[in-house]
Design a protein around this ligand. Structure first.
Ligand SMILES: Nc1ncccc1[N+](=O)[O-]
Length: 243
């Protein structure tokens, strides 16, 4: 998978060189390319924003640098992946659809994802129109119903959620199966050694006996019950939506 990200803060995305994502890149499972939008702003101050037409507070990102940046980055991607390759262009945006595990799963199979990080109040609407008129596939997604100052934090989260599902990235693929949201439910409570723990307040805290029984059938049933119970309590919306 090739991942491109266009942003005015490329250093913000250096975290993609670390840990799981960084290792996936070093292992050749993905390639990550950061691009500074200002490279395509040609005035002396490399201006990428201006005040909103029609008035209002804040600033809007100008269309010209974005159009040039997309053309250049898409050309670079096609040079690597072939002329037929097409990116999924993802705009992290609070007005987008809330991102969910099912989308992460779907996008983990994509060959090429191009993230466009908006800042300020957002990007001139004509950039989206221009890309759609050129036949590009666009998705606006949000991490949740709150407002960040830009898309970079979302790119870190989205990339991690997607790339960890790319085959080979997470060592033990088994660990991906029984996670919260992987089956539409929340994960059951987890325990490890010591089975009997005296906490700092002196309370004796025992792990559930059944987990020490070695009876895998009963353990699986116990876990399934806890998962259902936890989902009903904490996320009735997920519980009601399950098929
Ligand atoms: N919530 C957000 N706020 C601003 C930019 C991007 C966002 N997001 O979640 O993708």
């Amino acid at each position: 998978m090739r991942i491109d990200a266009i942003t005015i803060f490329p250093d913000y995305l250096r975290a993609l060189d670390l840990s799981l994502i960084g290792k996936a890149a070093r292992d050749g499972l993905i390639s990550v390319h950061r691009h500074d939008l200002r490279e395509w702003a040609h005035d002396r101050h490399r201006t990428v924003d201006d005040s909103p037409l029609g008035g209002g507070a804040g600033m809007v990102m100008k269309p010209e640098p974005w159009a040039e940046a997309f053309a250049a980055v898409i050309e670079q991607g096609k040079a690597e992946l072939g002329p037929q390759a097409e990116p999924l262009i993802v705009f992290p945006n609070p007005a987008g659809q809330v991102f969910a595990q099912a989308t992460a799963q779907e996008w983990s199979g994509r060959e090429w994802i191009l993230f466009a990080c908006g800042r300020y109040e957002g990007i001139d609407e004509r950039v989206y129109e221009h890309l759609e008129a050129a036949g590009h596939e666009i998705a606006l997604v949000s991490l949740g119903d709150y407002v960040l100052n830009g898309g970079e934090v979302a790119v870190l989260a989205l990339t991690e959620a997607i790339v960890r599902l790319v085959p080979g990235v997470v060592g033990n693929a088994e660990s991906l199966v029984e996670e919260s949201h992987s089956d539409g439910l929340l994960e059951y409570p987890l325990y490890t050694r010591p089975a009997r723990w005296v906490d700092p307040a002196g309370a004796v805290r025992e792990a559930p006996e059944i987990l020490l029984s070695g009876d895998h059938g009963r353990i699986a049933a116990w876990r399934s019950e806890r998962s259902a119970e936890r989902t009903r309590e904490r996320r009735p919306d997920l519980w009601d939506a399950r098929d």
